[in-house]
Design a binder for this molecule. Structure first.
Ligand code: ADP
Length: 330
């Protein structure tokens, strides 16, 4: 589905060799009040990926997204969307992207159908095609019977779906959604997830921002974790979950060691001649480890749990989400 635009945007030969949908290098943003929201982030998203930019409120997710769509000017760094540098070829970069911001930003007095058709025109689609696409996406998003209503009359959930339909009218290669399900009820969240999975299967690269680990876990293959304007992890969702399900203990030994002890079934790493660290699945009894150390003749004089920045961040995020539940999201 994302191919129409590319037919006139990029020569076919070139397209066959491209696999990076988004490349961000050393991106900085300092707002006018001097606040440094992005401190030099690097990010790469493959074509066809379902990617989450995950982080607590205030981490810099919206700032990043807004730079991609040129709503916010970067201070420094390079952003390439497919093969278009946003600085040198923004019109092409813009065509590759469909952006769904958090705030409803359509004309509240315009009819649902017209909002989508107007968007098609804005991206240079001939009128007939714009109408065809508007019908296609309004139907897919369950809004066809609302086509003649002014957008103001739609429920919150419908307005969100309209934002997605509008972003898809020009069939972008990459769909970017900023906190798509913040404040959305569970039923709508599930149906939105289903829809996003479907268009991803059909070839659209999807990048979403979220502060729900659950959302990244259910939908995404790869994830970057952003905190205080810095990317602190960039990995597959599977690897992230594995890491979150582990604890690391620092063990101090009696006497000295030359290597980290080999403990079957556990990852160990040397810290210095008197201590090493070991990764343990959460909740698993430690007897096993002590048994093996005993056999190796290694005595432990003290041990402590190494604090995990990722885990601390998620605990803090969960606390904030729960505190915010009565007052709504962000
Ligand atoms: P997120 O989307 O992860 O919640 P944002 O990108 O919206 O985070 O914000 C990152 C930081 O930048 C926050 O501390 C926010 O207060 C700050 N910020 C956002 N917009 C502006 C602005 N226009 N002027 C100054 N600071 C801003």
């Amino acid at each position: 589905m994302a191919l129409f635009l590319v037919e006139f945007a990029t020569p076919k030969k070139l397209r066959e060799h491209m696999s990076v949908a988004l490349s961000i290098k050393n991106l900085h943003k300092t707002y006018q009040n001097g606040f440094e929201a992005l401190k030099g982030i690097d990010l790469e998203v493959e074509e066809g990926d379902f990617f989450a930019l995950l982080g607590p409120n205030g981490a810099g997710k919206s700032t990043t997204i807004s730079i991609l769509s040129s709503l916010v000017q970067k201070t420094q760094g390079e952003v390439i969307i497919v093969d278009a540098n946003i600085e040198h070829n923004f019109p092409l970069a813009k065509k590759y992207l469909g952006v769904v911001p958090q705030e409803f930003n359509f004309n509240m007095w315009e009819k649902v159908f017209d909002i989508c058709v107007t968007q098609g025109g804005y991206y240079g689609l001939p009128m007939d095609l714009a109408k065809e696409r508007a019908e296609k996406y309004l139907k897919l998003l369950g809004l066809w019977d609302k086509r003649s209503n002014v957008s103001r009359s739609l429920s919150g959930g419908m307005k969100r779906r309209l934002m997605i339909a509008r972003a898809l009218v020009h069939e972008p290669r990459i769909l970017i959604l900023d906190e798509p399900t913040a404040g959305v009820d569970i039923e709508l969240r599930r149906s939105m997830w289903e829809f996003l999975r479907k268009i991803n299967r059909e070839g659209t690269t999807i990048i979403l921002t979220t502060h729900y680990l659950e959302e990244a876990e259910s939908l995404c293959r790869n994830v970057a974790i952003i905190d205080k304007g810095t990317i602190i992890r960039h990995s597959s969702v599977k690897a992230l979950l594995r890491e979150l399900n582990e604890e690391t203990f620092i063990m101090d030994v009696e006497g000295s060691i030359t290597d980290a002890p080999i403990l079957t079934g556990y990852q160990t790493r040397m810290i210095d001649g008197h201590s090493f660290e070991v990764d343990v699945e959460k909740g698993k009894p430690l007897n096993d480890i002590f048994g093996m150390l005993n056999e190796l003749g290694i005595n432990i004089t003290s041990m402590r749990n190494k604090s995990n920045r990722l885990e601390e961040m998620f605990v803090a995020m969960t606390r904030k989400n729960q505190a915010g539940k009565s007052g709504g999201d962000k």
